[in-house]
Design a protein around this ligand. Structure first.
Ligand code: GLU
Length: 447
C-alpha cells in the first residue's frame, strides 16, 4: 500500500494475508496505520513490544449459529458474531448490528474503530463489536423477539458487566435491546443492568442515550465551527440516513440554528428547503419503520429515488447512514457546492478517496471515531449509573456528553498540532486514540 513506512507496510501486509476477503477491515486498519509513521519513529517501544501487531489481532472472535422459527413455522438459520477486540482500557464495549450485509469483515472493521473511539472518550471501555446477518426488515415483532432470544442464548456466556457490554447499532434499537436483556436476565437469573446499554428509561437505561450519537456529532461539529469563530446559525446542512443517528443529529442542528435541507434512506432521498419536519420524520422512520418516500408524500417535499443525497448543495455535510456511502464523486460534488465541513455520524461513511479529496480542497473533515463517539460515551455513562444504582437527569447527562465531545475535539486538535499536521482531525484522532491504548498495553505486558 502506498504511503505507509516500511514497518507499518509489513504489518498491513500481514493483516491482508491473515484476514483474506475482509475489505472493510483492511480499509479501517490502513486508515489508522497511515497516521502512525511519526508515532513509531518517536516511540520505538511500541514496535519492540509488537503493540501494533497485537492491536490488529482481536483478543477473541466468536462466531455462532442462531436458529429460530419464523411466523410461518419455518426454521431460519442466521450467523451471530462477537469480536472482542481489545480490553486494555476496560471491558469490551461496542454495539450489535443486525443487517444482511454483516459478515466477519464488517464486525472486525467496526470493532477495530471502536478501540480508538472508546479510548478517545477518556472513559474506561475497551473495544468490541458484534451482530448478525439477520435482516429485521419486514419481520414481525414476534420474529424479532424470537431471533433476539436465540441470539442471546449463545451470546450470554461471553458477556457480562465486567467482561463485555454490547449495545445497539444499525438494526438494533430499544426494542431489540429489551428482548436481548430479557433473555439474558432469564438465563442467568441476574438483574445485571450493566451487561447491556441502550436500555429503556424504566429499566436501567440512561437519559440521552437514544439521542447521544446524533447529538454528539453535532456538538463535535459545533466545536469545529466555534474554533473557527463560526456557528450553525443560518447554515444549510445535509444529513444522510434517517435512522437513530440521523434523526437526533437533525434535531440538534435545528436547535443550534442550522437548517437540515435533505436526508435519505436506502431507497432514496428527500429535499426539504424549509427544513426537515422532525416529528413527521420520527413518525415515518422510527415509529412506523416505513420508507422515506412516505415522508416526502405526507410533507409535499421533493423525493428522488436512488441517486445521491450529496447532490444537494450544503455548507455542512453529516454522513449518518453507513460505511462507504460517500465516495470520491460525491466528495467532488460537495466541494464544488461549497461544503466546508464534513463530520461522520456513521462509522467510516467516507471512502479513502473522498477523505483525500476533502483534505486537498481544505474541507474540514471529522472522522467517525471522534465525531460519533458520543453514543458509546453515553453508554459508558449508563454503565456508571448502573454501577452506582443511580439515574441522572437529562440536563446533567447532556452536559456530560457535551463536555466529553468538547474534550475529544480539543485532544484531536492538540495531537494534530503536536505531530505537525494542524487542523487534521483524522490524524489527531488516530494518534490520540492509539497512544492511549498502546500505553496501557505496554503497562499490562505481553498478553
Ligand atoms: N454502535 C455505537 C457505535 O458505533 C455505540 C456502541 C455502544 O454504545 O456501545 O459507537
Amino acid at each position: 500500500m502506498p504511503g505507509l513506512d516500511e514497518k507499518l507496510h509489513d504489518i498491513h501486509e500481514e493483516v491482508l494475508r491473515r484476514n483474506p476477503g475482509e475489505t472493510e477491515f483492511h480499509q479501517a486498519v490502513h486508515e489508522v496505520l497511515d497516521s502512525l509513521g511519526p508515532v513509531v519513529a518517536k516511540h520505538p517501544q511500541y514496535a519492540d513490544a509488537a503493540v501494533i501487531r497485537r492491536l490488529c489481532e482481536p483478543e477473541r472472535q466468536i462466531i455462532f449459529r442462531v436458529p429460530w422459527i419464523d411466523d410461518a413455522g419455518q426454521v431460519q438459520i442466521n450467523r451471530g458474531f462477537r469480536v472482542e477486540f481489545n480490553s486494555a482500557l476496560g471491558p469490551y464495549k461496542g454495539g450489535l448490528r443486525f443487517h444482511p450485509t454483516v459478515y466477519l469483515g464488517i464486525v472486525k472493521f467496526l470493532g477495530f474503530e471502536q478501540i480508538f473511539k472508546n479510548a478517545l472518550t477518556g472513559l474506561p471501555i475497551g473495544g468490541g463489536k458484534g451482530g448478525s446477518d439477520f435482516d429485521p426488515k419486514g419481520r414481525s415483532d414476534g420474529e424479532v423477539m424470537r431471533f433476539c432470544q436465540a441470539f442471546m442464548t449463545e451470546l450470554y456466556r461471553h458477556i457480562g458487566e465486567y467482561t463485555d457490554v454490547p449495545a445497539g447499532d444499525t438494526g438494533v434499537g430499544g426494542r431489540e435491546i429489551g428482548y436481548l436483556f430479557g433473555q439474558y436476565k432469564r438465563i442467568t437469573n441476574r438483574y445485571e443492568s450493566g451487561v447491556l446499554t441502550g436500555k429503556g428509561l424504566g429499566w436501567g437505561g440512561s437519559q440521552v442515550r437514544t439521542e447521544a450519537t446524533g447529538y454528539g456529532t453535532v456538538f463535535f461539529t459545533d466545536e469545529i465551527l466555534k474554533s473557527r469563530g463560526e456557528s450553525f446559525d443560518g447554515r444549510r446542512v445535509v444529513v444522510s440516513g434517517s435512522g437513530n443517528v440521523a434523526v437526533y443529529a437533525i434535531e440538534k442542528v435545528h436547535e443550534l440554528g442550522g437548517t437540515v435541507v435533505a436526508c435519505s434512506d436506502s431507497t432514496g432521498y428527500v429535499v426539504d428547503d424549509k427544513g426537515v419536519d422532525l416529528e413527521l420524520l420520527k413518525d415515518v422512520k422510527l415509529n412506523r419503520r416505513a420508507r422515506i418516500a412516505e415522508y416526502a408524500e405526507r410533507r409535499g417535499a421533493h423525493y428522488v429515488e436512488d441517486g445521491s443525497v450529496w447532490d444537494v448543495p450544503c455548507d455542512i455535510a453529516l454522513p449518518c447512514a453507513t460505511q462507504n456511502e460517500l465516495n470520491g464523486r460525491d466528495a467532488a460534488v460537495l466541494i464544488r457546492s461549497g461544503c466546508a465541513v464534513v463530520a461522520e455520524g456513521a462509522n467510516m461513511p467516507c471512502t479513502p478517496e473522498a477523505v483525500r479529496l476533502f483534505a486537498e480542497a481544505g474541507v474540514v473533515f471529522a472522522p467517525g471515531k471522534a465525531a460519533n463517539a458520543g453514543g458509546v460515551a453515553t453508554s459508558a455513562l449508563e454503565m456508571q449509573q448502573n454501577a452506582s444504582r443511580d439515574s441522572w437527569s437529562f440536563e446533567h447527562t447532556e452536559q456530560r456528553l457535551a463536555d466529553i465531545m468538547h474534550g475529544i475535539h480539543d485532544r484531536c486538535l492538540e495531537t494534530a498540532d503536536e505531530y505537525g499536521v494542524p487542523g487534521n482531525y483524522a490524524v489527531g484522532a488516530n494518534i490520540a486514540g492509539f497512544t492511549q491504548v498502546a500505553d496501557a498495553m505496554l503497562a499490562l505486558g505481553v498478553i
